[in-house]
Design a protein around this ligand. Sequence first.
Ligand SMILES: NC(=O)c1ccc[n+]([C@@H]2O[C@H](COP(=O)([O-])OP(=O)(O)OC[C@H]3O[C@@H](n4cnc5c(N)ncnc54)[C@H](OP(=O)(O)O)[C@@H]3O)[C@@H](O)[C@H]2O)c1
Length: 292
Amino acid sequence: MFFFIIGLATIAFIIFRILEEIYKCLQPFPNIYAKYGQNCWAVVTGATDGIGKGYCQVLAQQNVNICMIIRNEEKAKNLIQELSNGSRSQFKIIVADFNKSLEEGFFDKIYKQIENLDIGLLINNVGVSHLAPLEKYNDNELREIITVNCFPIVFLTKKIIPKMLQRKKSAIINLSSFAGRVPMPYNQTYAASKAFDDFFSRSIALEYSNIDILAHRPMYVTTPMTNFKKGQGAISPIQAAKGALQRLGLEYSTHGHILHRIQGFFGAVVVPTFIRNKILKKEIRKLVKKNL
Ligand SMILES: NC(=O)c1ccc[n+]([C@@H]2O[C@H](COP(=O)([O-])OP(=O)(O)OC[C@H]3O[C@@H](n4cnc5c(N)ncnc54)[C@H](OP(=O)(O)O)[C@@H]3O)[C@@H](O)[C@H]2O)c1
């Protein structure tokens, strides 16, 4: 009887999770203005390349106003020119090097430039990664990973949240990674920083009920950070951005795109840990050898 009840409960749980997943998949792609306020602004960090650029491309298609916090103004101007083609979005550029996040007043200076915007969406995307056995990193690389990947997400969110609390509904997407879910050899500090982003995001999601907060944990995306190509199982930055935006308000964390959700489920849940660790060590060591 005991095993019968346990079996029944397990089957009921699996059916519930499948139905829940189907329900989420069937939800329409959100209209940002309808959901988070007409003519509101999206603030995107690290917007000039990779996934940040992908988010901007998707948002510009919906004519959402975009404020880019970036370090290369020329690159941002070129991107705005590209995005303006066929879009009614307004754009604003704020130049900031997040590697200087620890400087006194760094986030105050940024905030002064955005405090008059009606911010409906914040995308904490900026991030850096390096691959090497720990002892081979130079200290500046390690400092950069911790500074750029951890400080902006906390302090920018803290600055912007009071404004969001005065709004009816807002949203925050924080870029974590599959690497924030499972340990990554040779990418240890990055993985730890992404676990930080993931936990920070999921924790504040429980604090604020009128803000949809989502930790986006992509697997491989074809960006300058990874140098992966589409045929290697990676998806495009636009696909990654669309995958996460579709889950906004439905859950607190997601791998985003369907391919990444399947890879994430098998990688983190189904495959036994010792096999996953062996595969990761072998595959990432190949990348390290290529980089050294
Ligand atoms: N790519 C993936 O497969 C993957 C997977 C999981 C998670 N992620 C996460 O997704 C986010 C974006 O990754 P990505 O692959 O798109 O990276 P990326 O292609 O290297 O682009 C990073 C963006 O951040 C900017 N940036 C870097 N350092 C900065 C600094 N100190 N100050 C200001 N801006 C800076 C870059 O500016 P420039 O244009 O000037 O270089 C660029 O716009 C990261 O948080 C990463 O951890 C990526």
